[in-house]
Design a binder for this molecule. Sequence first.
Ligand code: NAP
Length: 261
Amino acid sequence: MEKEAAEKRTCPSGGELAGKVALVTGAGRGIGRSIALTLAEMGAVVLVNYNGSRERALEVAAEIEKAGGQGEAIGCDVSDYDACGKMAEEVIRKYARLDILVNNAGITKDNLILRMTEAEYDRVLDTNLKGAFNTIRHFSRYFLKQRSGKIINISSVTGVMGNAGQANYAASKAGLIGLTKSVARELAGRGVCVNAVAPGFINTEMTDALNEKVRENMLAAIPMGRMGSGEDVAGLVAFLAGGRSDYITGQVICVDGGMAM
Ligand code: NAP
């Protein structure tokens, strides 16, 4: 299915995001991949960040180029503050700007609170929450200088509703909402919009790992009765990355088939 969609993709040079540079963290697979392909389709130069999935990120960049766009894979563990600093320097040295930053990289290490290890808690917070702080911290000065920009943080309905067995993940995703609103207030006067997207139950490798019982329970909680796709999330990110959302900042928007309403 991914292949079929890719064959139909074209990246027109005069798209809505022509001349813009976008960085999507964790874009070698899953939701990040869909976001990267969609932003490229809208004409942006897309930097496809990866940590472990180098080959897959190279494939995403190649797919963008094949469709007539411009994409480049860029390795960096977002939980590493200094590495994010180097990535920011590299991006600015090469492209002289960044217009769209999508903090999508995220992991789960589920466990009930009585069994959750300190390492499970720390790893999830370091990646999902500190990772977004790290990139925002290093790129903000460029957004401020440009007096424009879009920062989009991929949170989760779990950060809004909580979920048994995911105290670490829910804390990281709720933390992202606080980070989003605070940075939105700091940067609003300089034309930079900062918003959070909260996906519900999306079909990716992250949810492939769930057992049948959990999947059934999740599906039963979705009024629309189906899982979402990466493209469902990418559609909202596309809106928040483009000019039609220039007066929207500090918001948390769910893409969840009605799950969290
Ligand atoms: P996924 O298929 O498991 O992909 C996770 C992505 O995060 C991978 O591209 C991975 O890159 C990247 N990543 C993990 N640790 C990283 C690090 N330290 N540095 C850089 N990249 C890192 O998950 P997904 O479902 O696409 O999830 C994407 C985002 O949506 C996550 O933030 C997740 O929490 C959120 N979300 C997902 C769902 C859902 O139902 N799937 C629901 C709500 C929110 P590498 O493979 O290169 O390491």
